[in-house]
Design a protein around this ligand. Structure first.
Ligand SMILES: *[C@@H]1O[C@H](CO)[C@@H](O)[C@H](O)[C@H]1NC(C)=O
Ligand SMILES: *[C@@H]1O[C@H](CO)[C@@H](O)[C@H](O)[C@H]1NC(C)=O
Length: 483
């Protein structure tokens, strides 16, 4: 090997990049020492982006009860018991459409609450006001919890964007939609009790659901609607909640839904992980100090976890600031500072993210960015993806590629920088959203305006250990939380 300035042919694309970086840096007189720790590209098998029909849930996931973890699975994947018929699984275009509806609902919730003082009181007791938007969406994750005595298992969608936990209840006075688990029957549980209309818990429903409670023979009646004609109305009640054999709560406040309708896709209801005092983290604060963590699996055929308390938080988790959103107290605010693509920090003025603000949400599928930030991300990504043929846009995703002629592809890494210097590398499966080999898209989208709140969505959270610490005001990110 004579000429050292020629890259040897056996170098991988990755090594080649480092090699080039060394040359460029030495030319410019900079040191590359720091950048060497970062990876600039991911080389992935195209087939690994496509859905698998088998659940590859591992032994660790089976042992969930031993370590106070709940198993997290995608609602529509093979690890979920909810949907066995292919026909009932929504297409990617439908999922993205529903995601847009959820995002609109979050945005309108935040915008509406802005002029709360001017808003006139609606008579929510009699009839639920129609609100646009479904907060539920379709790209959601479910966990199984136990309710009542004897305990009945229920698969619930977990949602950091809402507060009260509810499940459909017998006798379904008005109606129940189809669910996979048997519908919970309070009459068969020895630990069920109604909450009275005069209780503080009942009046707290106002802030948790956005609707005033009503009364039925002294029993407190809640109502929550998610637009899109999705709603749940029923008795606000107390019951024994069993998360794991070591995590059991008496008198847990929940909604026992007697009239339910919507896009819940076979789930028995919803587990509310928001920040309001009726949420699960608030109700269990004495034990868990408002700390919970989860890992969303990289694909629909694998399993993640949901854990409460800080018992098993990894040492390698880095914490950024959890901020409060004045207009939406239920939401978890985070401070995005910047974005890097292929190790290159995008030049986005600090005022862009500061102006929009941001939340992290378990139920939004695709991260939404201020248009100024998104266009910087898109143009850098497209620049580094020039070698691949582009494809038609997919719904809200405008940067798509046709990978049908490739078995592996090399894509730039993307990382998010949050306040306190926390840099979070996005998993390759969180960078691309595949609608088959011929249409694999950059999994980010833009808001309609720079002033609208950014949302760090669940595709980008895949495989990360995400730790919510509502008591000390921190959000932590660790890599390799699950596969
Ligand atoms: C709860 O209240 C409803 C409405 O008054 C009533 O039908 C039901 O029997 C009550 N359940 C219990 C356990 O008290
Ligand atoms: C946490 O931060 C340290 C120091 O910046 C970094 O070396 C480490 O990779 C980070 N860990 C994670 C999981 O991001």
């Amino acid at each position: 090997m004579g000429a050292t300035s020629i890259p040897p042919a056996f170098l991988s694309a990755n090594e080649l990049l480092l090699f080039l970086c060394l040359i460029v840096c030495s030319l410019e007189g900079f040191s590359c020492a720091e950048s060497h720790q970062y990876q600039y590209t991911h080389t992935i098998h195209v087939a690994s982006l496509l859905p698998s029909s088998a659940c590859t849930s591992d032994a660790a996931a089976q042992a969930w009860d031993k370590d106070s973890s709940l198993s997290v699975v995608h609602k529509h994947g093979p690890c979920s018991q909810l949907h066995q018929e292919k026909a009932s699984i929504p297409t990617h275009a439908q999922i993205l459409l529903q995601d847009e509806v959820r995002v609109k609902s979050i945005h309108s919730k935040l915008a509406k609450n802005l002029d709360l003082n001017n808003a006139k009181q609606t008579d929510a007791a009699a009839q639920l006001p129609a609100k646009d938007g479904s907060l539920i969406g379709s790209g959601n994750y479910i966990v199984t919890v136990g309710l009542g005595t004897p305990k009945k298992d229920l698969s619930l969608i977990f949602d950091t964007g809402s507060d009260i936990t509810w499940t459909q209840c017998q006798p379904c006075v008005r109606r129940c939609y189809k669910q996979k688990d048997p519908i919970f029957s309070p009459a068969l549980s020895s630990t069920y009790s109604n909450v009275s209309c005069s209780s503080t818990a009942c009046s707290s429903l106002n802030s948790a659901t956005g609707n005033s409670p009503s009364c039925s023979s002294a029993a407190c009646v809640y109502g929550i609607q998610y637009g899109d004609s999705s709603f749940s109305v029923g008795f606000f009640a107390k019951e024994k909640l069993t998360l794991t054999s070591r995590d059991v709560f008496n008198n847990f406040l929940f909604g026992c839904g007697q009239n339910n309708q919507g896009l819940f896709g076979g789930a028995a209801g919803l587990l509310g992980l928001g920040r309001n005092k009726l949420s699960l983290p608030s109700q269990t604060a004495v034990k868990y100090k408002k700390i919970f963590s989860y890992c969303l699996p990289s694909s629909r055929s694998s399993t993640g976890f949901l854990r409460f308390g800080n018992g098993r938080v990894s040492k390698s988790v880095n914490f950024t600031t959890l901020s409060t959103i004045p207009q939406g107290e239920s939401f978890y605010g985070i401070n995005i500072i910047g974005i890097s693509v292929g190790g290159k920090k995008l030049s986005i003025s600090a005022s862009v993210f500061a102006g929009s603000g941001a939340i992290i949400d378990s139920g939004t599928v695709i991260t939404r960015l201020p248009p100024t930030a998104y266009s910087a991300l898109r143009s850098e990504f497209r620049g580094q993806m020039k070698q691949y043929p582009m494809a038609q846009p997919l719904s809200i995703l405008d940067t798509c590629y046709d990978f049908s002629k490739y078995s592996t592809v090399t894509i730039p890494t993307i990382s998010f920088l949050f306040s306190r210097g926390v840099e979070v590398p996005i998993n390759a499966r969180g960078i691309l959203y595949a609608n088959g080999k011929t249409q694999v898209c950059l999994a980010f989208a833009e808001n309609s305006d720079d002033s609208i709140v950014a949302i760090f969505g669940n595709t980008q959270q895949k495989t990360l250990e995400v730790v919510y610490d509502g008591a000390t005001g921190r959000i932590g990110f660790g890599t390799a939380g699950c596969t």
